[in-house]
Design a protein around this ligand. Structure first.
Ligand SMILES: [Zn+2]
Ligand SMILES: [Zn+2]
Length: 115
């Protein structure tokens, strides 16, 4: 999908900055996670993903759990982005990207309620 954009505005730059992938701890379980906004889907979505790269089998298991999976792409000029792995991208076979899945907070046996 290509959008004609004559000149980047301040809003465009702010949007691009929000799409930068950042390593941040999860506010609920403190696990290391990657956060970024992705513009791939119909509405922009704020994603929090586990940084662990998935094997193809692990990706299938993650999707069976109802988690979305993402390509972590790296561009020389733009930086890192999370891109939604739609069924066609997956069906096309292995891609050169690192594959990660939505973060799920780990249950903590020592604590009954997550904050
Ligand atoms: Zn990919
Ligand atoms: Zn968490």
């Amino acid at each position: 999908m290509t959008t004609r954009r004559p000149r980047p505005t301040a809003a465009d730059r702010a949007r691009a900055a929000a799409e930068d992938v950042r390593a941040r701890p999860c506010p609920r379980c403190a696990a290391d996670t990657l956060t970024a906004r992705t513009a791939d889907r119909v509405a922009a979505l704020d994603v929090r993903a586990d940084p662990t790269p998935l094997t193809p089998v692990a990706e299938i298991l993650a999707r069976l759990e109802g988690r979305l999976t993402w390509c972590l792409t790296e561009h020389e000029h733009v930086g890192r982005r999370l891109r939604w792995r739609d069924p066609w991208h997956i069906a096309a076979g292995p891609c050169p990207h690192t594959v990660v899945a939505d973060h799920r907070c780990r249950p903590r046996p020592d604590q009954g309620v997550l904050l």
